[in-house]
Design a protein around this ligand. Structure first.
Ligand SMILES: *Cc1c(COP(=O)(O)O)cnc(C)c1O
Length: 804
């Protein structure tokens, strides 16, 4: 194949060859695939940079308001396809590479998955960055450039084993060092009086310096910046110590700085681990706030106008020390009065809450906080005294005042980061309607009484570029043929599919794409695990972090019950099912790791049992990440969103599946409630207790043992697991896990089992009517365009940030 020399593909090809020779330093004849990969990325990057510079110039000229999104996580995944597709260059790239006998899809596999996040919260930040660019809003994402980030999960003999993720091992062609944007970050020391106030004299300092990654919006309208901070010691090598023979001691400062940016969420079971986390949070927050204030003062002069030019959004409490840091800069460095600084801070900062679990709300032991950040501690006390005075004036009771306080006085004194974020922000938002309602009545009930207009809802969303167009090109082209291309620019236009939901030709085309995606996934899973899947079976998928509240255990118990049923009634026409699980467990979370082992134990037993005859297969896919999600979701028929009601703030996996035509089986939790409202009750399988019923049940003294004994299927499944049927090598392995369900069943697996199993049999029944199934799948695709992160970001822009 030869390219028309005037075509954009030929131009790209020439650029790639030039880059290969002059920047990668390779002869075309000797280049390996990773050389071609680098050349392709660098060539594409040149196109991105032109738009990046143009966007930045425009922002400075327009003097508009910038959005600053502070997040401990950005789970961005691979960037090549995203940038290429958003610039409309995918076809040209394919053609250019084809000239050299190269396959774009194969080259894409060489890009590591940026492991800068944990789960939903980090992926949300990534979707938001893409939507901010798409909506042409000037924005910076601020976070940490973790060298290893989130661990890589291996499964060895069914157990999770954590390995360091080495995503930067071969460099990162997407990032740019910005050594001019460097700031000193202090820790410890003391606060001293000066003539005009006080001064913090830190005992230690590290340097934060910026590493920038461009974020391309859809159709390349704007390119924003993801600015991640890296750390270095002021004196990287103590030469005198080194020369005196102390070769390790000479490097101690550098090692300490490096530890700040090594891993995401270092284990906090030790005091050292806890301190490292607090240091990380302050490190990236301080660098970001210094950068924001520096930029503002440089271009606007007066620090008092900061709220007119900057909107700072805190993604959960990890960056909430920003409230105290901004106060410190305004008062100590810019000479503002405390009251004035407080008004500027509140007008600039907004906070997003992501969890209602009291144990997950961050707090720091007060002595640790005071030792590391003595000036911030003073500022927090000063803020607290203002807030508590306001509370008293408003007539709140002592218990409410104690709950509002920034300091938890019960037992060991602790600094409450969520309360700090709440009082220092003009907006506090939840991430789904139900979650926001529960915030008002539970975690923030008293703060909500004091500041009744502060809490608002912004239901999460996902970017349809990555989660439809890029991960499912087949479905995208079927939709485009059916309703035209308008949905590519406005996901809510997917609703035009409603008129065609019963069109059998469309149903068949959608089903063909789904089958092709299942074949591709089966091939991939075969390579990863050796397990063979039947692509005509119902693909039933639960992929997300492993956590008891997400109830992988409910799904596994039901799997065992189904396995029993199939063996007892082999004569029935069972719907062939593949149960797919994936997800990482926190390294210190014992039960979550045991659940992974259980999934693997069940898989081994079921998959090798000839009496189920391939009707049931179970797989645990290792190392769940963005790239794996992009493969699995387009191939799913059924999406498991089965958290204990009231515990999942929103979920975003639920949105991705529905957008790709999977039907949801789920509880009335998080955004499932709104998904049900959009797709219609008849197009979703809802089961189980409501959030209100869960709370009532816990309050009235729920006895799971009675429930288990009243349900034969459940009892048999739990007993089989507990007695070692799936773990003959260690029969007691699951005794305690199942004992927990008998004894307290905090997450209501027993209470919801019968209703879940009944919903699963309804799923089977619908599967037997492929035409109806397809119609319902199309209804899902058609009605979840609202869950685009463009809609979410549009709401933040208008209602929180005050940008166009
Ligand atoms: C979307 C996504 C999540 C969030 O999934 P939930 O089901 O909402 O918990 C987590 N991890 C990855 C890699 C994702 O893409």
């Amino acid at each position: 194949m030869t390219l028309d020399p005037a075509s954009p593909a030929a131009e790209l090809d020439a650029l790639i060859l030039d880059v290969l020779r002059h920047r990668v330093g390779k002869d075309e004849l000797a280049a390996k695939s990773h050389d071609w990969f680098n050349a392709a990325v660098l060539a594409l990057r040149d196109k991105v940079i032109d738009r990046w510079i143009e966007s930045t110039r425009r922002t400075y000229e327009e003097k508009g308001k910038r959005v600053y999104y502070l997040s401990a996580e950005f789970l961005i995944g691979r960037l090549l396809r995203d940038a290429m597709s958003n610039l409309g260059l995918t076809r040209d790239m394919e053609k250019a590479l084809c000239e050299h006998g190269l396959d774009l899809a194969a080259l894409e596999e060489l890009e590591p998955d940026a492991a800068l996040g944990n789960g939903g919260l980090g992926r949300l930040a990534a979707c938001f960055m893409e939507s901010l660019s798409t909506l042409d809003i000037p924005a910076y994402g601020y976070g940490i450039r973790y060298v290893n980030g989130m661990f890589r999960q291996r499964v060895v003999d069914g157990w999770q084993v954590e390995r360091p993720e080495t995503w930067l091992a071969h460099g990162n062609p997407w990032e740019f060092d910005r050594r001019e944007s460097a700031y000193l970050i202090g820790f410890g020391g003391e606060v001293v009086e000066k003539a005009d106030g006080v001064e913090w004299k830190p005992a230690e300092q590290v340097e934060a310096s910026a590493v920038d990654t461009p974020v391309v919006g859809w159709r390349g309208k704007r390119v924003n910046t993801l600015r991640l901070w890296t750390a270095s010691a002021l004196e990287p090598l103590k030469l005198d110590a080194f020369n005196a023979g102390d070769h390790f001691g000479a490097l101690a400062d550098e090692v300490k700085a490096d530890a700040l940016v090594r891993v995401l969420y270092p284990a906090d079971s030790s005091a050292a681990g806890q301190e490292l986390r607090l240091r990380q949070e302050y490190f990236f927050t301080s660098a970001s706030i210094q950068d924001i204030v520096r930029r503002h003062v440089q271009y606007e002069g007066d620090v008092r106008t900061l709220p007119d030019h900057a909107a700072i959004q805190l993604n959960d409490t990890h960056p909430s020390v920003a409230v105290a840091e901004l106060m410190r800069l305004l008062v100590d460095n810019h000479g503002l009065e405390f009251d004035e600084a407080w008004e500027v801070t509140k007008k600039t900062v907004a906070y997003t809450n992501h969890t209602l679990l009291p144990e997950a709300l961050e707090s720091w032991p007060l002595p640790l906080f005071e030792r590391l950040l003595p000036r911030h501690m003073q500022i927090i006390y000063a803020i607290n005294s203002r807030v508590l005075r306001e509370a008293r004036k408003a007539g709140l009771a002592d218990a409410a005042i104690a709950a509002i306080s920034l300091i938890d006085e019960g037992g060991e004194r602790r600094v409450r980061m969520a309360n700090l974020a709440f009082v220092g922000a003009h907006s506090v938002n939840g991430v789904a309607a139900l979650h926001t309602d529960l915030m008002k009545s539970t975690v923030f009930a008293d703060l909500h009484k004091l500041y009744p207009t502060r809490i608002n809802n912004k239901t999460n969303g996902v970017t349809p570029r990555r989660w439809l167009q890029q991960c499912n090109p087949g479905l995208t082209s079927v939709i485009r043929d059916a309703i035209g291309p308008a949905f590519l620019d406005d996901a809510e236009k997917l609703s035009d599919l409603n008129a065609l939901a019963a069109d059998s030709e469309l149903g068949e085309r959608v089903a063909l794409v789904k089958r092709a995606n299942k074949v591709a996934l089966s091939q991939h899973i075969k390579e990863l695990t050796g397990i063979r899947l039947n692509p005509d079976a119902l693909f039933d998928v639960q992929i997300k972090r492993i956590h008891e509240y997400k109830r992988q255990l409910l799904n596994l118990i039901e799997t065992v019950a189904l396995y029993d049923q199939i063996r007892s009634h082999p004569e029935r026409d069972w719907v062939p099912r593949v149960k797919i699980f994936g997800g990482k467990a926190a390294p210190s979370y014992h039960n979550a790791k045991l659940i992974i082992k259980l999934a693997n134990d069940i898989a081994r037993r079921v998959n090798s049992d000839p009496s189920v005859g391939g009707v049931l297969k179970v797989v645990f896919v290792p190392n769940y990440n963005v790239t794996l999600a992009e493969r699995i979701i387009p191939a799913a028929n059924l999406s498991e969103q089965i958290s204990t009601a009231g515990m999942e703030a929103s979920g975003t996996g639920n949105m991705k599946f529905a957008l790709n035509g999977a039907l949801t089986i789920g509880t009335l939790d998080g955004a499932n409630v709104e998904i049900k409202d959009k797709v219609g009750d008849e197009n979703i399988f809802i089961f189980g207790l409501t959030a209100e019923e869960v709370l009532a049940k816990r309050a009235e003294g729920y006895v799971p043992r009675e429930v288990i004994e009243g349900s034969r299927e459940l009892q048999q499944a739990v007993a089989a697991i507990a007695s070692g049927v799936f773990s003959p090598d260690d029969p007691d392995r699951y005794a305690a896990l199942m004992g927990g369900i008998y004894d307290h069943d905090w997450f209501m697996c027993a209470a919801d089992f019968d209703s879940y199993a009944a919903a699963q049999r309804k799923v089977d029944a619908l599967w037997e009517q492929p035409k109806l199934w397809r119609q319902q799948a199309i209804r899902n695709i058609a009605n979840v365009g609202w869950f685009s992160s463009d809609r979410t970001i549009g709401e933040y822009a208008k209602e929180i940030w005050g940008v166009k």
